[in-house]
Design a protein around this ligand. Structure first.
Ligand code: HEC
Length: 358
């Protein structure tokens, strides 16, 4: 008994001694405590729609390949700090009337000081969709009424949990069927049309049925924004680009610019190559495969798109892959301050106008 106790004490003592000796030689524990300089302050995490949304202006610059260009004049709107309106309105996603508390996009934008060149807002959604919201008011037409609902009335009171929009298997196979879910807010529109969608495809490109939670509003100059997607200057490519604008831009981007709900047309896979000819692309755009529902495919079948137009689209998709993306430049660059060398180019003489005969 006694020997066992002694042995234990000896083992413990030896262990302690060894530990002490090793720490004595160990440069790490011997070093004094150094307080690391604080890292430079990080930008706050984006408001993803639950507490509020951000409004910002797109900074001029090169956006290709997902370059992280800092936002200009970012304003963070917190739902708890603004006055919410109560509205009973029809909702195209729920196919019925609901009572909401929320705010109009128009009202949100009124509080933001916009640069003069801005004429389009891009509504960013959590699922990666990007939906343009024109700021120009066409005479005789209402500005687009889009309501951001933060709460919804239930039998028990107000809730922030908006039920998912489920698509039943009873829907025809070509219809879109993945559920649409919401986290913290929900965009409500009363009419499903969108001014950018081409008329003949409007039956199946129903952007407002697919959008979910609004996460941000970005202000841009329309021409400068779309120029980033234009591709080479050829008539067929240009027509394809207009098709992209009118049917695909809400869900698909190119060169990692624009929407991310569907695949990017350029990165990482060049889609024109993937859909290796026009027939293939036409088939993809106008049909859904029979197992699309089981695989949770969300791309609508755009049945009305004729093959010639898909041909233009294909030309455009091919064209943008190699074409360098122009930088987003919303205003004219300042004129160079150095004066041109006037002597190098002789001034053109103006022809003296003949005097009219009296
Ligand atoms: C409502 C959103 C939406 C619109 C509008 C849309 N797509 Fe898609 N697309 C998707 C999604 C999401 C995918 C990814 C696969 C899926 O879930 O169906 C996809 C996939 C694709 C693919 C990849 C092929 C595949 O089988 O996955 C191609 C090519 C494509 N889309 C082309 C187009 C073209 C061209 C247009 C415009 C005429 C267009 N899409 C319009 C959402 C959309």
């Amino acid at each position: 008994m006694r020997t066992k106790g002694l042995l234990l004490v000896a083992v413990l003592g030896l262990g302690w001694l060894l530990g002490w000796l090793s720490s004595w030689n160990d440069p790490v524990t011997a070093e004094p405590l150094i307080i690391e300089p604080l890292e430079k302050p990080q930008p706050p995490p984006p408001l993803m729609g639950w507490r509020g949304v951000s409004i910002w202006t797109r900074t001029a610059g090169q956006y290709a390949d997902g370059k992280d260009v800092p936002k200009t004049r970012e304003m963070r709107v917190f739902w708890k700090n603004i006055k919410l309106e109560t509205r009973k309105m029809f909702d195209v996603q729920y196919h019925g009337n609901r009572t909401y508390k929320g705010v109009w996009v128009r009202t949100l934008l009124q509080q933001y000081r916009k640069p003069r060149y801005v004429n389009l807002a891009l509504l960013h959604f959590r699922n990666g969709m990007v939906v343009p919201y024109p700021l120009k008011t066409v005479p005789g037409r209402d500005p687009m009424p889009v309501f951001v609902a933060v709460k919804m009335k239930e039998t028990k009171g107000w809730t922030r949990h908006f039920p998912m929009v489920m698509r039943t298997p009873a829907l025809p196979i070509y219809k879109d069927n993945r559920p649409v879910w919401f986290r913290g807010n929900k965009v409500v529109v009363q009419k499903g049309d969108h001014p950018h969608v081409l008329d003949h495809v409007a039956g199946n490109v129903q952007v407002w049925k697919r959008v979910n939670t609004l996460t941000g509003i970005e202000l841009v100059n329309e021409d400068a924004y779309y120029k980033q997607f234009a591709g080479p200057n050829k008539p067929t490519v240009r027509k394809g680009w207009l098709m992209y604008r009118g049917a695909c831009q809400f869900c698909h981007g190119a060169h990692r610019i624009g929407a991310t709900f569907g695949n990017d047309f350029v990165k990482p896979l060049a889609m024109f190559y993937f859909a290796y000819n026009v027939d293939e692309l036409h088939y993809h755009v106008t049909f859904k495969s029979a197992d699309a529902m089981h695989r949770g495919k969300a791309m609508p079948a755009i049945k009305e798109m004729p093959k010639v137009q898909v041909g233009y689209l294909w030309q455009w998709m091919k064209g943008v892959v190699r074409h360098p993306v122009p930088a987003y430049q919303p205003y004219k660059a300042k004129k160079p301050t150095t004066r041109p060398n006037r002597r190098a180019i002789p001034p053109r003489r103006k022809p003296v106008p003949a005097r009219p005969a009296k």
